[in-house]
Design a protein around this ligand. Structure first.
Ligand code: UGA
Length: 434
């Protein structure tokens, strides 16, 4: 099939590349000329494991193209994906100007039937708004479809190629047929393509992310309670996760969820509910608890150091909001750094991928280490904020030699408690005994 993808951000690029992988002819459009030029020259603009291989393969095979010219890109396309930003506007609600703007541009160019797919996370009712833009500008028939993405950063290629489900919001039989054809190769194992109306599809995306954020937050609160009552959250997690109704996944407590999706989507759903005068109480609590959880590690440090962090120096491993990404949006590590610096401490940080992004945001408020062990030199303690694999089995003798004292505050529960006791560390993790 012939596909155009408008917007080559994270979602657009993964979508375009993965659609080319099953033999479609894909052209990606972006207004950023230098980015397009780089992609034309084979440069992948984001860090996403596995994307490189598919990106290069499909460019070489002539199935993946990039352009700044919207008109030529959409001319032949049967399906046009819109993967455009929806940043929170001044009032916190998603700003639709990019999407409605692109819809306006597309509507003025097309001359034959198109399926227009909203891939961005958009408020309920957006498909209707996009349809209205087309109705206003053209007599050409289009079907506007909601097709939310459920990609996780770090495993996005796998999530696209083997989705748990594909959600398609449209009432048009013609669009349903084309979308089934397009997604057929991705659900060969029998995972469902779920057809529904546009509004239900739009809400599904927010409800899914908000539910997952709630699940994590619930576990974070259980973990906090475990510490107070002397229980072990790992045991409790297994104890409840084995019940299929609860499920094992997304029950890992930590220092709060971050990233570009959960915080934004939970907030957007609360706001959307507010607009209908519905008070989405549980999500308001989720937001509040998550804010607190992001700096809970600093509260623990204050307790340990008797409220005095002035002049102390810490090593921090992990800056990205989660492993296998360089994304630092709403990353708990940034909140921790801010709080430590405000308490008069200094920090040396290390992350396998996110250092440059952090440097751009906070500059010389911290010092940057070239490797994980260099970060430890003369530090009073090691803090862990992201569960990168490389941190999972470190050389504890080396750590011991470099740190001033054997103290670790671990926000991601990477190490075995007994092992840490045997090694003689003061090891403070989440929801487990000290
Ligand atoms: C999330 C969803 O998982 C995707 O399905 C969705 O498509 C995406 O948002 C989106 O809306 O675009 P992502 O933000 O990439 O994906 O990251 P997740 O792997 O879901 O992690 C989110 C946060 O939850 C991270 O800060 C992570 O550390 C935290 N988390 C996750 C926990 O604290 N505990 C867990 O058990 C799992």
């Amino acid at each position: 099939m012939k596909i155009a993808v408008v917007g080559t951000g994270y979602v657009g690029l993964v979508t375009g590349t993965c659609l080319a992988e099953t033999g479609n002819d894909v052209i990606c459009v972006d207004v950023n000329a230098s980015k397009v030029e780089k992609m034309q020259n084979g440069e992948v603009p984001i860090y996403e494991p596995g994307l490189d291989l598919l990106f290069h393969r499909n460019i070489e095979q002539g199935r993946l193209h990039f352009t700044t010219d919207l008109a030529s890109a959409i001319k032949e396309a049967q399906i046009i994906f819109m993967a455009l930003p929806t940043p929170p506007g001044g009032d916190g609600a998603a700003d639709l100007s990019y999407i409605l703007g692109a819809a306006g541009d597309i509507s003025k160019i097309i001359t034959d039937y198109k399926v227009i797919v909203n891939k961005s996370t958009v408020p309920v009712g957006t498909a209707d708004k996009v349809s209205a833009v087309f109705a206003q500008n053209t007599n050409v028939q289009v079907d506007v479809v909601s097709n939310p993405e459920f990609l996780r950063e770090g495993v996005a290629v796998d999530d696209f190629m083997k989705p748990d489900r594909v959600v398609i919001g449209t009432k048009s039989e013609r669009a349903k047929k084309l979308m089934s054809e397009l997604y057929g190769p991705y659900v060969r194992q029998g995972n469902p393509i779920l057809f529904m109306d546009e509004r239900s599809s739009e809400l599904t995306k927010y409800a899914a992310n908000s539910f997952l954020a709630t699940k994590i937050t619930f576990m974070n609160e259980v973990a906090n309670l475990c510490e107070l009552v002397g229980a072990d959250v790992d045991a409790v997690r297994r104890g409840i996760g084995s019940d299929e109704r609860i499920g094992k996944r997304f029950l890992f407590p930590g220092i709060g969820y971050g990233g570009s999706c959960f915080p934004k989507d939970v907030q957007a759903l609360v706001m959307a509910a507010n607009e209908t005068a519905y008070d989405f109480q549980i999500l308001k609590s989720v937001m509040e608890v998550n804010e607190r959880q992001k700096t809970i590690i600093v509260d623990k440090m204050l307790k340990y150091y008797k409220n005095d962090l002035q002049g102390k120096h810490f090593a921090l491993w992990g800056l990205a909001f989660k492993p296998e990404t360089d994304d630092i949006r709403e990353a708990p590590a940034l909140y921790i750094i801010k709080s430590l610096v405000a308490h008069g401490a200094t920090v040396t940080v290390f992350d396998p991928e996110a250092v440059e992004n952090v440097r751009n945001v906070i500059g010389d408020q911290v010092t940057y280490a070239e490797n994980m062990y260099d970060a430890l030199e003369n530090a009073d303690a090691l803090l862990i904020a992201t569960e990168w694999s490389v941190f999972r089995n470190p050389d504890f003798d080396k750590i011991d030699n470099l740190l001033k004292s054997k103290v670790i505050f671990d926000g991601r529960n990477l190490y075995d408690l007994q092992k840490m006791i045997d090694l003689g560390y003061y090891y403070n993790s989440v929801g487990r005994k000290k």
